[in-house]
Structure formats: C-alpha cells, structure tokens
Write a protein that binds this ligand. Structure first.
Ligand code: CTP
Ligand code: MN
Ligand code: MN
Ligand code: MN
Length: 371
C-alpha cells in the first residue's frame, strides 16, 4: 500500500536572497492583500507586523504557482497565524474582512493619498491628518502649511509622476543621461538599475548609476549633468545631495537606509518625439511631453558593485541580503561595503557575483530579485 516516497522538493528559504523571484507573481490576490495590511501597520509605526506581512508576501511571490489551499502552505517559512487566517478567508470568499476594513478606513485612505505625493512621507502625512486635513484641496487651502520645494513639485506634477513610466520611456531617458555622461567624459559609465534592471515593464521612476573609472572624479559628474539638463530646458525639479562618503568611517554599525554617495532625485521633462511608440500619457492629454521621476547615484568605482547591488533592489531582496549577511555569516553589508566581523576585514568586490560569492550565496540574476 506504500506508494513511492514523495519527490523531495527543495525547501523554500526564509531569506529572499536564497529564492529566485521573477516579475511573474502567481499569488497576487494574497500579496496585494498583505501589502495593504503591511502599509497600514507602517502608518501605525508597528514595524513587527508590517515586516511580517512583507516577508509573507515575498515568500508567496517566489512560488511557481498559485497556492490552491491552506494545506499547500505547509513547510513554507514566514507564514504565521495571522497571515494564514487572511489567506484562508481569501481562499474561501475571495477577499478578507480585515483588508476590506482597512481599505475603507478614513485614516488609511488619507495617509495613502498624502504619501502618494513626491516629498511627502508618513510623518508629514500623519501630521496633516491629525490637523483634520483629508484632501489635496484641504492642504493647498491651509494657509499655515508651508510646502517645501520637493512637495511643491510633487503637487505641480502630481498627475504625470503618479502615472507609470514605461520601458520605452526609461530607454529614452537612458539615452538622454548617456549623452550627458559621455559629453563630460568619454570613459564615463552609465548603468540602469532599480526596477527596470529587474525586468519590470513599468516603474514609478528610472534609476541610474553614473560614474567614472578615475577615483574621486565621480563626485563632479552629477553637478555637470544637472547643469546640462538645465541648459537643455528639461530639468523640472532637482534635489542634489553631495557625497558624504568617508572611507575612514566604515563600517557602519547598522545598515543605513541612505547611502553616502553623491545622488540626485530629479523630475525631467520627456518629449514624446524621443520615445519609441510614444508617451504613456493620460487619456485625452494632448501634450507631447510628460514629467518623469529620475534618480541618479554616483559611487566611486571601487564601490560600484556594492552600489549596483544595493540600488537594483527589490527593497525586500536588499533587506534579506543584509539580514542573511548578519545572521548567517557574521558580516555587515550595505551599499558601500561588505565587512567580515570575525576576520575584522573588508571584502573587496568588482562585480555583484563577487559579493554573492563572499556571502556563500548562489548568484541570483537581477530579474530574479523581484522579492
Ligand atoms: N535605494 C537606496 N537608497 C535610496 C533610494 C533607493 O538604496 N536613497 C534603493 C532601494 O533600496 C531599492 C532601489 O534603490 O532597492 C530602487 O528604489 P526605487 O526606485 O524606490 O524602487 P524600484 O525597485 O526601482 O521600484 P519602482 O519601479 O517603483 O521605482
Ligand atoms: Mn511619498
Ligand atoms: Mn525605481
Ligand atoms: Mn528610485
């Protein structure tokens, strides 16, 4: 009566950096629900449950098929009682009460709306909410509110920058930045990073690394590019942050959310004529241009691999790389360096593969990092 032993299935790792996650998500009904709850916990500054739902979503995104029933989640990591209860409801009724309740919650809706503005984080959104403000017109009509430059641009270009950036638009922007970099220095280096490097069809912005082989020269690159974009009349907004990178201050005790490389957060004017197949513009919009968010970061060449790995994402993939390094290898990883706490030494890398190898991880391709 005993059948053949079940085929052993490789266990799913609790770390996203040990999973291959493409843009194909077979469990969107669950992961969308988890994202709503995670975001709601984030608004309430409940980091634990927020992270728990993000980790659970990430595990489900890595699966080659849709979860058909709760029994199929047996052996999967990062799925606790709460997440399983939500999944069970979705499996039974197609939706979960807690998610529905959150989506119709005034506070959630308002914070979600406010944080959708470029330059508005959860702190500011919360402050406005507590003052009784509920809509954009409430904010703009409130005389005591002083919007900073970033928020003013966020409102000004709200429609354009809330609309997804297409691959063709990302390519056109790549051409513009590439031209700028190479006009400055023929051996300049430009690399696409962020979601588009992971193979995403659409993004909320386009991320690039720009640098030069000569150490130290990279710090002047972004200011010159900004100058050029200004003269071309296509710079709509620029938040430039000069480098605060200091080798002597490494390693950082904890991973830092922000790295110290020179960078800028831009809004550029993209002409329709520059985009193959035309702009991804709103219905009924007759303009032949749109505003697009672009990020540039400029690491020194000896940090290139760390910066590329750090800026390629996804955010969950990065979090788990760092957690894996710390918990499983006694190493500290950030966008600048990898430090071995046992050997008390930095591990150099010229490619992403070098970093995975130092960590004793199988290489994961950029398009498999959509955790
Ligand atoms: N990043 C970073 N430091 C910043 C900003 C971003 O290290 N100051 C990293 C993030 O951790 C992320 C990557 O850069 O892994 C890209 O960030 P972002 O553009 O916000 O997200 P994408 O994955 O590109 O997704 P989207 O399509 O929404 O832009
Ligand atoms: Mn925001
Ligand atoms: Mn991006
Ligand atoms: Mn970005």
């Amino acid at each position: 009566t005993e059948g053949p032993p079940p085929t052993p299935v490789a266990a799913v790792s609790q770390y996203a950096c040990q999973r291959r996650t493409t843009i194909e998500n077979n469990n969107k009904i669950f992961t969308d629900a988890f994202e709503v709850l995670a975001e709601s916990y984030e608004f309430s500054e409940l980091e634990g449950p927020c992270l728990a739902f993000r980790r659970a979503a990430s595990v489900l995104k890595s699966l080659p098929m849709a979860v058909p029933c709760l029994a199929a989640t047996q052996g999967l990591p990062c799925l606790g009682e709460h997440t399983k209860a939500v999944m069970e409801e979705i499996l039974r009724y197609g939706r979960a009460f807690e998610v529905e309740k959150t989506l119709s919650d005034e506070r959630y809706q308002t914070l979600k709306l406010f944080t959708s503005v470029f330059g508005v984080g959860p702190k500011t959104a919360e402050k406005w909410y507590r003052r009784g403000l509920r809509s954009f017109s409430d904010i703009l009509a409130e005389p005591s509110i002083q919007l900073n430059q970033m928020q003013q641009s966020g409102f000004l270009h709200y429609e354009d920058i809330s609309r997804a950036v297409s691959k063709a638009e990302a390519r056109a922007l790549g051409n513009i930045i590439d031209e700028a970099v190479h006009a400055i220095t023929p051996d300049g280096i430009l690399a696409l990073t962020g979601g588009f490097r992971r193979g995403k069809e659409f993004g909320h912005d386009v991320d690039f690394i720009v640098t030069t082989p000569e150490l130290g020269m990279e710090t002047s690159l972004i200011p010159i590019i900004i100058n050029r974009l200004t003269r071309q009349g296509i710079l709509l907004y620029c938040d430039y942050q000069a480098s605060t990178f200091d080798k002597s201050k490494l390693p950082c005790h904890r991973f830092e959310a922000m790295d110290h490389f020179a960078k800028c957060f831009l809004i550029l004017r993209l002409e329709g004529s520059q985009v193959e197949g035309g702009l991804n513009s709103a219905e009924g919009d007759s303009r032949d241009w749109r505003a697009v968010r672009v990020d540039l970061v400029s690491p020194p060449m000896d940090r290139y691999a760390f910066a590329l790995l750090g800026w390629t994402g996804s955010r969950q993939f990065e979090r788990d790389l760092r957690r894996f390094a710390r918990m499983e290898r006694g190493m500290l990883l950030d966008n600048h360096a990898l430090y071995d706490k046992t050997k008390k030494e930095f591990l150099a890398a010229t490619t992403e593969r070098d970093i995975f190898a130092h960590l004793g991880l199988e290489y994961i391709e950029p398009w498999q990092r959509n955790a």
